[in-house]
Design a protein around this ligand. Structure first.
Ligand SMILES: Cc1cc2nc3c(=O)[nH]c(=O)nc-3n(C[C@H](O)[C@H](O)[C@H](O)COP(=O)(O)OP(=O)(O)OC[C@H]3O[C@@H](n4cnc5c(N)ncnc54)[C@H](O)[C@@H]3O)c2cc1C
Length: 326
């Protein structure tokens, strides 16, 4: 089978490529496909990690946060010119806003929240999560079709492998699209982006999440302490009951209408395990539930369950973890 060109749209956070995007480049190269990286909202200096992945061609544009509505026509011309066999990106909020617009222009198939991707002789086989994770659909797309499919993968479904890059001869091209400041996202979006010392939820290796069982915003300090003890790769999340109550910002919400996360470890504290919450975290590698109600639905889905009062269990966990670390 001849090598195919895959265009990977890379997400950046604070000037660095997200690991979920690096995972995608690494995955594409492992399949023997040619990886080309599209890096929007970044400058040449921030491309070092991308060049190390062995991506063949790297395209970048330095304007931060252009509005997807403005961006889509530029991308359309770019894709028509480059003719990738497939476009891959993470199922992030920004990509869910941008890529359906591009797919509509290209008249291409578009799939989000995908779990796996394979190529056969004549088709792409994609597994995709449906109905808030209640079932998985297998989709077949003809690979000979001249329509470039756009596939958004659930973050961290494919893991980055330690491969040494044999191809250091990446060609780097700056895209000369003319945007103005007015073409950026509106202020509302900027306002919601809060600076935190913790990793982004979709990037974190460990997530400690709190639900209504936390009983008030003042008790989230307990989760912050647990996160600090677990290390710098730990983020703090929340259920929708909590974000709707205004105890935490909506950017912390995990679930169907929040963020989809796949950390190595997810610790749910005082979260019942409603289907809409599970939709955002059920692909976490290890799930730990702490809940005083032994009938809480999350106990059916977790790998480890602790039945009891979280206000006793979390301080105990913090103390034990600190002892182990010494
Ligand atoms: C269209 C739609 C979209 C939605 N999207 C989302 C979404 O994206 N994310 C999301 O999370 N939800 C979402 N929801 C809401 C969802 O249905 C649940 O209402 C919500 O997840 C419940 O949050 P919770 O588990 O924190 O609260 P609850 O269901 O009230 O659970 C609180 C839990 O805390 C436990 N508890 C209480 N005190 C303690 C204690 N001291 N120690 C230990 N345990 C204790 C209780 O036993 C209980 O199990 C959505 C709903 C709809 C209709």
């Amino acid at each position: 089978m001849s090598s195919v060109n895959i265009l990977i749209s890379v997400d950046f956070l604070e000037g660095q490529p997200k690991t979920s995007s690096l995972d995608l480049i690494s995955f594409v190269r492992q399949q023997g496909w040619m990886a080309h990286a599209l890096c929007l909202g970044t400058n040449k200096e921030s491309l070092e990690k991308i060049t190390e992945t062995g991506a063949e061609k790297i395209f970048f544009h330095s304007q931060k946060n252009p509005n997807p509505q403005i961006l889509a026509p530029f991308l359309y011309n770019f894709v028509k010119e480059q003719k990738p066999a497939l476009i891959l990106a993470s199922s992030s909020q920004h990509n869910l806003d941008l890529f359906p617009r591009l797919a509509m222009r290209l008249k291409s198939p578009f799939l989000s929240d995908c779990l796996s991707l394979k190529q056969t002789e004549k088709a792409w086989i994609i597994e995709k999560s449906l109905y808030a994770g209640k079932c998985t659909a297998s989709c077949t797309l003809e690979s000979s079709s001249d329509k470039t499919p756009i596939i958004l993968m659930r973050p961290h479904q494919v893991q980055q492998q330690q491969t040494t890059s044999q191809n250091r001869d990446n060609s780097i091209t700056e895209l000369t699209w003319n945007f103005t400041e007015n073409d950026n996202y509106t202020l509302t979006q900027k306002k919601q982006t809060q600076k935190t010392k913790r990793p982004d939820l979709t990037e974190a290796q460990i997530i400690v999440s709190g639900g209504r069982g936390m009983q008030g915003p003042e008790h989230f300090k307990l989760l912050e302490d647990l996160a600090d003890t677990l290390g710098p790769q730990t983020a703090v999340g929340a259920s929708r009951a909590v974000t709707d109550a205004g105890w935490c910002p909506h950017t912390m919400q995990v679930g169907q209408t929040g963020k989809t996360v796949s950390p190595q470890l997810y610790i749910a504290c005082g979260i019942s395990g409603a289907i809409q919450h599970l939709a955002g975290m059920s692909s976490s590698r290890i799930i730990v539930a702490i809940n005083k109600d032994p009938q809480a639905p999350l106990f059916q889905k977790c790998h480890y369950g602790i039945v009891g009062n979280l206000f006793e269990i979390i301080p105990f966990l913090i103390k034990e973890l600190k002892t182990v670390k010494k």
